[in-house]
Design a protein around this ligand. Sequence first.
Ligand code: FAD
Ligand code: UDP
Length: 389
Amino acid sequence: MTRADMLIVGSGFFGMTVAERMAELGLHVVVIDRRDHIGGNAFSEPDAETGIEVHRYGAHLFHTSNGAVWEYANRFTTFTPYVHHVYTKHRGEVYPLPINLGTINQFFRSALGPEQARQLIAEQASELNSEDAADLEQKAISLIGRPLYEAFIRDYTAKQWQTDPRELSADVITRLPVRYTYDNRYFNDRFEGLPTDGYTAWIERMADHPRIEVRLSTDFLDEGHDLSKSATVGRLPVVYTGPLDRYFDDVEGPLSWRTLDFEREVLPVGDFQGTSVMNYADPDVPYTRIHEFRHFHPERAYPADRTVIMREYSRFAQRDDEPYYPVNTAADRERLLRYRELARSERDVFFGGRLGTYQYLDMHMAIASAMSMVQNRLPEALSLGGVRR
Ligand code: FAD
Ligand code: UDP
């Protein structure tokens, strides 16, 4: 091994933020990733046939209200003024999301003003009190009432999670706002945009530091190399951003994850759906949404006669699938407590990121949480014996 003060497992936004910050503090950092590219799930690449930038692991939209995260991100990339909008197809009609006055009036064939719409939804939602909502279904009904829930949420959520919405945490749905205006920006955040030269260029700039070494196609949990778990834990501080349960060899039983299957296709048309993301709310369509990547960068000169689309299918992850979203059922939450206990007793190993903490984290949250680890927890580790500075 070349000189290393610290090992980081995983080159997603969490791992790369820790790496960049620690390198700036003067440490030599080695980052490994089991994949053959950096960037974790935010990785993007030009489609070979059309040159259109494709997000290999699903569309990634950057948005944040955190000024420190926005300032940090802007050190490595500029952002386009892209503002995300999502539409959904339900029974042969297209509606705007998130649910807003336009969706409500189209759905109820009405022309209600904001106050009237509020009253209507309050009546429909009155069967449940939002404060008492214990699961996703109750929470959604308490926020938008049963008719809208059944049209736009119930079947989409069942397709996406393959779990009864009554088993899912209410938090999942709180991510989606309801608006009594015609504003259909998908996100509420202060800052939003797409990296001008793509996600991979952004993350490569984070890695471009004389004290950062990146080794790809290197699995921490495989034996037989000098950066494996058994070769490093206890010898130097490790930040681990892989799946929490796998680190402990599933000793408390596996945590359940959702994986996605992506079906990419180049179509001989200049524009397939007129927007970047179309959701499919009904159960008879097997995929949850279609991404059309050209619409993420209207400022770029892409071919006028071809377009790249990607259908997204969701299912439970099996042992060898990529774990994308924590399902987080009650049983998972119990297991998670036991894994957290184990993690606390693992000396000099710091668990972070979406997979390492079994949390639904957006990119800006992964970056914020990595910055906080660098500020609050790692300095202590760096005073440990065996760390050369
Ligand atoms: P990851 O990006 O998952 O990186 C973890 C890395 O660890 C991976 O590269 C993996 O290969 C590596 N690794 C795992 N195990 C090992 C091992 N044993 N050895 C070596 N390496 C290992 N966020 C947004 O802000 N906006 C979005 O629109 C958005 N859309 C998303 C869509 C999808 C389909 C998914 C899955 C996520 C989305 N996210 C989005 C979340 C975003 O991907 C994450 O917030 C971000 O990637 C978190 O970074 P991370 O470093 O925690 O994890
Ligand atoms: N959701 C839904 N219908 C939609 C879009 C979202 O029911 O058309 C629900 C679904 O349960 C989903 C959650 O809202 O898991 C959060 O949606 P988001 O678009 O943030 O999900 P992500 O992009 O992270 O998959």
